[in-house]
Write a protein that binds this ligand. Structure first.
Ligand SMILES: NC(=O)c1ccc[n+]([C@@H]2O[C@H](COP(=O)([O-])OP(=O)(O)OC[C@H]3O[C@@H](n4cnc5c(N)ncnc54)[C@H](O)[C@@H]3O)[C@@H](O)[C@H]2O)c1
Length: 376
């Protein structure tokens, strides 16, 4: 299989979808790896390091897409990349399609098979390719929140951990999954007063044990959220329903319950955002204000720390990349059923039910679409 790795072009994105170690594994199994010149530079990986492991450097994205069968990415394809996709391509990257009908339509029209990192499941129904970036984003969420609480940056001017004689700030984390737990651990480490809300009682039990009494867990009812909002200095939104658009956990009319200059960090923004007043922002311009409340809604938070994120991501993706390269999509799904929910678009149809519902398009079962793709 010819595996292509273009340079990421989303603003402020410095990750890359393969490391020299990944190139070596692919080449040793007889695959060819085509890398766009400079693709690894944002993660401090030179072209020479790829070449030393058997990778071939191509001058631009067009050349990579032209030669490759399996295209690896990090963030969702940008419009100029969608134009380069053809029916014989398999695209393997984060897609976050539920809140993105335009992109979904573009991918359907390309005819390519598009496999989303964030909906691949392991044998326990967890999300092994979202988890490493959620660990990073969770940790950044608290760091960023603490930063934007500083007065010169528009914040309330409170220190998360307080000092002897002055109370710590209150951090509310809504959604206690991978992002929420890591955000909470950093907040605990900064000595804030931390509350984690979730709707899954078993998850709250696990968190309670993990926190060892250093943070409180709360069942996330609308009333419980409303009672906590007036106390919160920093609110981190980290809810997820697999593949679906994020539900709103703070509505526009609830903003008035929040203190002026408090900070909301919406990590779920890549799934459309879990605060009604959220809209996507970038690392270059990360925050804006609504009703006196700072909103931080960066859609590619781990892109800010590429040296950590690239290696964390590719450690997790490599076994799946090898399976796709060795066996193709159909063969890989046959061997690992957790890859099936990863297929979001194939042969012009939307093949993930939550994505189809999110974008208001018809759902086509994966096997039906892949069957059509093979006979086309
Ligand atoms: N912005 C970024 O750069 C970035 C990076 C990584 C992950 N993310 C996003 O962060 C979000 C969370 O990811 P994760 O890996 O932690 O997911 P996860 O599945 O591990 O956790 C989500 C949690 O939300 C809980 N939940 C669902 N609905 C809820 C509700 N209404 N109220 C309270 N809790 C609710 C679930 O029970 C679960 O525990 C996802 O949307 C993911 O795509 C964003």
């Amino acid at each position: 299989m010819r595996v292509g790795v273009p340079t990421e072009i989303k603003p402020d994105e410095y990750r890359v979808a393969v490391t020299p170690a990944g190139v070596r594994e692919l080449v040793e199994r007889g695959h060819e790896v085509l890398i766009q010149a400079g693709a690894g530079l944002g993660s401090t990986i030179s072209d020479h390091e790829y070449e030393a492991q058997g990778g071939r450097i191509l001058p631009d994205a067009q050349a990579v897409f032209e030669e490759a069968e399996l295209v690896l990415g990090v963030k969702e394809p940008q419009p100029q990349e969608v134009e380069l996709l053809r029916p014989h391509h398999t695209l393997f990257t984060y897609l976050h399609l539920a809140p993105a009908p335009e992109l979904t339509k573009g991918l359907c029209e390309s005819g390519a098979t598009c496999v989303a990192y964030e909906t691949v499941e392991d044998s326990d129904g967890r999300l092994p390719l979202l988890a490493p970036m959620s660990e990073v984003a969770g940790k950044i969420a608290t760091q960023a929140g603490a930063f934007f609480l500083e007065k010169p940056l528009g914040g309330r001017g409170v220190l998360l951990g307080g000092v002897p004689g002055v109370a710590a700030a209150t951090v509310l984390v809504i959604g206690g999954g991978v992002v929420g737990m890591h955000a909470a651990f950093i907040a605990i480490g900064m000595e804030a007063d931390v509350f984690v809300f979730d709707r899954n009682i078993d998850r709250l039990r696990q968190l309670d044990v993990a926190f060892g009494g250093r943070a409180s867990t709360v069942y996330s009812s609308t009333l419980a959220v409303e009672e906590m909002l007036p106390r919160a200095d920093l609110v981190i939104g980290a809810v997820l329903i697999h593949g679906a658009r994020a539900p709103y956990v703070i509505k526009r009319d609830q903003l008035k319950l929040i203190r002026k200059r408090a900070v909301l960090v919406d990590v779920s923004i890549d799934q459309g955002g879990c605060f009604e007043t959220s809209r996507p922002t970038t690392h270059s311009d990360p925050v804006y204000e609504v009703d006196g409340v700072t909103h931080y809604c960066v859609t590619n938070m781990p892109g800010a720390v590429p040296v950590t994120s690239t290696f964390a991501l590719t450690n997790a993706t490599l076994p799946y990349v090898l399976a796709l390269a060795d066996h193709g999509v159909k063969g890989a799904i046959g061997r690992d059923p957790g890859l099936r929910p990863g297929v979001n678009v194939a042969a012009g149809g939307v093949t993930h039910p939550a994505v189809a519902e999110g974008v208001g398009m018809e759902f086509t079962p994966v096997d039906e679409a892949l069957g059509a793709a093979q006979t086309a």
